[in-house]
Design a binder for this molecule. Structure first.
Ligand code: EPU
Length: 345
């Protein structure tokens, strides 16, 4: 059995950035990868297992059946260094933004565009976090995992992680059994700055911006548009931008001439979900203590809602409205965890 010292109270309201009321039957804090084999074995007799990082990209229903594993594995270790490029192994429980700052201050570049993204390092590969023209997949060299059922530990190369826009194998059946314990990131002392994102380029307005300037630019852009989850409950973007084939994009453009389309992988186009939501008049709309942010139509902010219900309900209304007007189905970006209420057995 896991010792009592690693069992906490089941209240998870402070472990999700929406501050939602949620209770788990059992909560186990994992501070070292070596604890996981035992914790996973013990958890089997208590029902489902939910792995939780920073809780910054989840909508939690009140009932979290079974065991919640809180991933608090820390550590940053240099695994390789050829003078230019380094490989850093980082524990899944490290805070993402603190890591970005630490790397920057040590002259290790590649992550500045991903500054201020809330959450943990272990959660970053799951949704392949991305912002201002960079996705974390570009820096990932390996993901260290343990299998929930077989307890096998493995090091997955990037090709096995199937990284796509806000997506990876970890969100699908083939990868859902892996629990991420550490991530190997490749950083570069001589990396060029990445200024592909138009809004960032415009903000910097210098012919030769430094990494310092990029970091400051990204942080100021995010702080203007995206509320701080410590102050205002939110999970960043609540929906993904729909990705269409070029033909589908052309058809949409014929019907809606001013819809913003951006190039995506493999000749596809990304539609701005914020624009679609904005066009339909949702910005600033509040229902049951959840509001569409005034500053960014893709962000929902909490203003009193204590449970997941009002978040799911406003999200469903927005999805239906966008579907009705544009024929596009928005997908939620955060994961939905748990059950709305106890199911009688
Ligand atoms: N726009 C509107 N109304 C708004 C806001 C934006 O019409 O209220 C339109 C504008 O046309 C703007 C376009 O949407 O040009 C794109 O907006 P933005 O640059 O803010 O990017 P986004 O596609 O809405 C994505 C990510 C963000 C990331 C930014 C910057 C997704 C789902 N979201 O937002 O990621 O920070 O780009 O790279 O891909 C997150 O994942 O939580 C997140 C915040």
């Amino acid at each position: 059995m896991v010792s009592d010292s690693v069992l906490e109270s089941g209240n998870l309201s402070e472990r999700n950035t929406l501050g939602l009321t949620a209770y788990a039957d059992r909560v186990v804090t994992i501070t070292q990868a070596t604890q996981l084999e035992q914790a996973l074995t013990d958890a089997r007799s208590f029902g489902p297992i939910t792995v939780l990082g920073g809780g910054s990209n989840v909508v939690m229903h009140p009932v979290q059946p079974g065991t919640v594993l809180l991933m608090d594995i820390k550590g940053r270790a240099l695994r390789a260094d050829d003078g230019d490029r380094v490989v850093l192994r980082v524990g899944a429980g490290e805070n993402w933004h603190e890591l970005v700052l630490w790397c920057h201050h040590h002259g290790l570049h590649g992550l500045a565009n991903l500054a201020l993204i809330p959450g943990s390092v272990g959660a970053a590969p799951i949704q392949n976090i991305g912002a201002y023209g960079v996705e974390v997949a570009q820096c990932i060299r390996a993901v260290h995992v343990i299998h929930r059922e077989t307890l096998a530990t493995t090091v997955l190369p990037p090709e096995s992680c199937q990284f796509r826009y806000r997506d990876s194998c970890f969100k699908h059946e083939e990868g859902a059994q892996w629990v991420i314990t550490a991530v190997d990131l490749q950083l570069d002392r001589n990396a060029p700055v990445c200024l592909e994102y138009p809004a960032l380029k415009e903000r910097l307005q210098s012919a030769d911006p430094t990494h310092d300037a990029v970091l400051a630019g990204v942080m100021s852009l995010r702080q203007e548009k995206l509320p701080d989850p410590v102050v205002t409950p939110n999970v960043g973007s609540f929906f993904k931008n729909p990705v269409l084939t070029q033909e589908e994009g052309d058809r949409l453009r014929k019907r809606v001439s001013d819809v913003p389309l951006f190039p995506a992988r493999e000749g596809r186009v990304k539609v701005s979900a914020a624009w679609l939501i904005d066009r339909l008049g949702w910005r600033g709309v509040e229902k049951q203590g959840v509001k569409v942010s005034e500053a960014h139509a893709l962000v929902l902010v909490g203003c009193g809602a204590q449970t997941a219900g009002p978040w799911m309900s406003l999200a469903a209304d927005i999805v239906a409205s966008v579907e009705g007007a544009f024929g596009l189905t928005l997908e939620m970006e955060p994961r939905v965890l748990g059950l709305p209420e106890v199911v009688a057995s």
